[in-house]
Design a protein around this ligand. Structure first.
Ligand SMILES: [Zn+2]
Ligand SMILES: [Zn+2]
Ligand SMILES: [Zn+2]
Length: 294
């Protein structure tokens, strides 16, 4: 630990990134940094991981949560280093880390959570607590008094590791989001069901340099290549496809959301008769750059 508080922020950010948590610097007011002049009012077209997916690859940490990255080179790059030097905190993108933060802003909200929600990792905040669950969902403010849900397309302030063991995002939280929704959400809009493989999700792939269309086209092609091996060889084909797709992302800062793509490849291989353990092993070896399907 260093005595310079700003170097401490950068160190904390790098440590989080090492554990797969996409980070961003927060201002002295604990808010995301203002956009640079080029990015002001979305003039740059916005970032590829945002709803209005655009071409912005601004080297500054612009666009709030959408700037969050796990790339240590980017996090300590000169434009980011200048920002850390005047930062007041470390932010992270819960959805990008596969997490949901239930932000309890008042003592009453904490009391409600204690009485209602399953125990999980808890982090003390200025006025309340963050309860952190595994799994992602959409984000929403004020789902009840003093309670915000921060997951996809949101940032949360990092306030230390907290205490307790993380548990899966409970239905009680998803129900709050349903209630908040003006229109009923489409089925499966909350947590991905365990029966169908997750689809690639741009809001989770915060560090992917490719367009949604590029990802979808590549995935469809890969799935077709696996399906055409319905007689034999689908396992090694799945390995090859996984390896090919993983290589397309070696230059991305990450995360690229490749888990969802792996799940779909495994599913396609199983659909043509490859036993699950073999399909999963082939795809994971391909994704991890192992040279042989074996
Ligand atoms: Zn921009
Ligand atoms: Zn910018
Ligand atoms: Zn990528």
């Amino acid at each position: 630990m260093t005595s310079d508080p700003r170097a401490a922020l950068l160190n904390a950010a790098l440590n989080l990134a090492k554990h797969g948590v996409p980070v961003l610097p927060l201002s002295a007011r604990k808010r995301p940094m203002a956009n640079c002049p080029t990015c002001k009012n979305g003039a740059c077209g916005e970032r590829p991981n945002m709803l209005a997916a655009g071409p912005c690859h601004c080297p500054q940490p612009c666009h709030a949560w959408a700037a969050a990255t796990t790339n240590p080179t980017l996090i300590s790059s000169p434009p980011w280093a200048r920002t850390w030097a005047r930062a007041g905190g470390v932010g992270y993108h819960p959805g990008g880390a596969g997490l949901t933060v239930v932000d309890l802003d008042t003592e009453a909200a904490v009391a409600w959570a204690r009485a209602t929600l399953p125990a999980t990792r808890r982090v003390a905040t200025t006025r309340g607590e963050h309860w952190i669950y595994t799994g992602t969902t959409r984000s929403a403010n004020s789902v009840r008094p003093g309670v915000d849900i921060k997951s996809r397309m949101q940032y949360a302030r990092w306030l230390g590791p907290g205490i307790g063991t993380m548990t899966p995002l409970p239905d009680a939280v998803l129900r709050l989001l349903d209630k908040e929704e003006t229109n009923p959400p489409p089925r499966g809009a909350g947590l991905v069901s365990s029966t169908a493989p997750a689809r690639w999700d741009r809001t989770v792939a915060t560090g992917c340099r490719h367009t949604t269309r590029y990802i979808a086209t590549g995935l469809e092609r890969g799935l077709a290549m696996i399906r055409e091996r319905h007689e034999q060889g689908a396992g090694s084909r799945a390995f090859g496809v996984a390896q090919f797709i993983a290589r397309q992302h070696t230059a991305c800062p990450g995360p690229c959301g490749l888990d969802a793509i792996a799940a779909q490849l495994i599913n396609a291989a199983m659909a043509v008769g490859v036993p699950e353990p073999y399909a999963a092993r082939a795809v994971h070896r391909g994704m991890n750059g192992t040279e042989h399907a074996a």
